[in-house]
Design a protein around this ligand. Structure first.
Ligand code: HPA
Length: 235
């Protein structure tokens, strides 16, 4: 179908979860979906479709960073006519307002990337879909998950000079956490008149150096995935 995706039209459900890691996509499909089937294996950037509580749902890995993510997301929206995109990922905390294992739900995503320049001029502010956002927040609060709603920054660079210093002025302006994909997902969704949301587990804190333990990583991922699936189930 495309150089990056062998799925046929109709192979993806209207709602697609977006982890970065292909093996996490496989794990999500095998652990949570009923009747999971692989729909994409090109470059091992795995995609699956199945059902969750009786409703069709898909998961597609994006790879790391906005250029890779933009390819998969563009095709999901343009070719496969997907309507709801929910990123499920990890992020680094930029402030002590968020703790390791917290969920950060990205209302907006700043970026240092030039990736939006050709599409959205000015200092475009990529934003989450309000209905997905409010649905996820409501469910997260019902479940007692420690959750913050606010701004992410989608960085083009993982190994930045100066660590936290590189992001300090953003943190001073309320940005909670750094990851590498949300801004382009939000921008694409807006362009294709679709919905998008990024839910991130804080895996490490750039202020304290604290990191998620292996055990907590697993349970917090499970909490995040079921939250994303139940949010998706409302649409
Ligand atoms: N930088 C970028 N992405 C991340 C980080 C980080 O420190 N932690 C988790 N995802």
């Amino acid at each position: 179908m495309t150089p990056h995706n062998e799925a046929q039209p109709g192979d993806y459900a209207p709602t697609v979860l977006l982890p970065g890691d292909p093996l996490r996509a496989k794990w999500i499909a095998e652990t949570f979906f009923d009747d999971a089937r692989q729909v994409n294996g090109v470059r091992n950037c795995l995609g699956f479709t199945g059902t969750w509580k009786g409703k069709p749902v898909s998961v597609q890995a994006t790879g790391m960073g906005q250029p890779s993510t933009a390819i998969y997301v563009h095709e999901l929206l343009d070719i496969y006519k997907v309507k709801n995109l929910i990123r499920v990922g990890t992020a680094g905390g930029l402030t002590t307002k968020v703790k390791v294992r917290d969920l950060v739900i990205g209302m907006t995503a700043a970026t240092d990337s030039a990736i939006n320049n050709g599409f959205a001029p000015y200092t475009y502010a990529p934003f989450a879909d309000y209905d997905l956002l409010s649905g996820a927040v409501e469910l997260a609060r019902e479940r007692g998950f420690s959750t913050r709603v606010g701004s992410l920054v989608s960085s083009d660079t993982f190994y930045v000079e100066g660590g936290l210093g590189a992001y300090q002025r953003l943190a001073d302006h309320g940005v909670l956490a750094v990851e590498m994909e949300a801004a382009t997902i939000y921008t694409h969704a807006a362009r294709f008149n679709a919905r998008a949301l990024a839910i991130c587990t804080i895996s490490d804190c750039l202020v304290t150096g604290e990191e998620l333990s292996a055990q907590d990583r697993q349970t917090s991922l499970e909490d995040m995935i079921t939250l994303a699936l139940d949010t998706a189930g409302r649409f």
